[in-house]
Design a protein around this ligand. Sequence first.
Ligand code: ASP
Length: 351
Amino acid sequence: MSGALSNADARRPHILIIYTGGTIGMIESAETGALEPFDFDHLIDNVPKIKMLDYDIENFQFETPLDSSTMTPDHWVEIAKVIDDNYNLFDGFVVLHGTDTMAYTASALSFMLQNLRKPVVITGSQLPIGEVRTDGEENLITALQVAAARDVDGSPMVQEVAILFENYLWRGNRSTKHSSDNFNAFKSSNYPRLAKIGLGISYRKEALWRTIGDVPLIAQYGLDTNVMYLDLFPGITEKVVRHQLSAPGLKGVVMKTFGAGNGPTTGWFIDAVKEAVDRGVVIVNVSQCDNGMVNPTRYQTGTALNRAGVISGHDLTSEAAITKLMFLFGQGLTAEEVKTGMEQPIAGEMD
Ligand code: ASP
């Protein structure tokens, strides 16, 4: 981190920016012309307006800034540790991150940072901050304002992991990147926005997460990566399904199903699924539709999966479902305990 925390004026918001990389801080490679992550000083030099906020801002940067497509759960742990170590020193945290896997990081952090009562606002941009039409400057400034925002009683307005992008603030574990082009790159199809960014920032207070009870932040770092997606499509073969479900060490599967949670009822398919469940693999049913929820008893095609032991992922995003599996297995829980845990919300990720 740069310098010691100043507490000269306690009324000024103290915000920690955690720079992990992403387009927001990238520059074009002189050799290939491709965008590559660059350092934090370059980024911050391009946002002189930050000074107008009159906040105490400190920063922490990854030793090597990353394109978020190269992120791993070890990087989520690094971010969570920085937040945990500095939790009492700052009013809020802004994480600068690539958009590609932002929804995964947001979901994972929401599970790892239990009893969070301060804002963790993740943002990035579609155009690098050095470009004339960049969306990065506005996103960074607004993220800082959200991280500093207070409710009427003086408590932080946002007390959860959220994604700020262009016109909206979304719950992190409800978000999905839906556009590689649009400045409004994220959406949350099953949960309302937390705030609308226009002339002002208008919060939807009833949608904001609040931790119940006077409990301290507990950061949980265990994550088990023995999980995978099984994405169904008409014509998927027995060979492929059996091969995937018998991956060595596999513990959890997010099965992306059709519509309200439906899949083939062919004998070999149901048998392959049931055999995996009987071997102790937890299979969670998440819909390929981004809006609506899995209703395993609505159609016979869903009931068959249900009977084979597949559990419902309700209205979870696939990003939240896979990171939740990693998180629950990472706590050393048994398959039965993970099944129970998957059906219960941890941080407002499902209804
Ligand atoms: N590939 C970039 C990343 O995720 C894309 C972005 O930041 O928008 O790091």
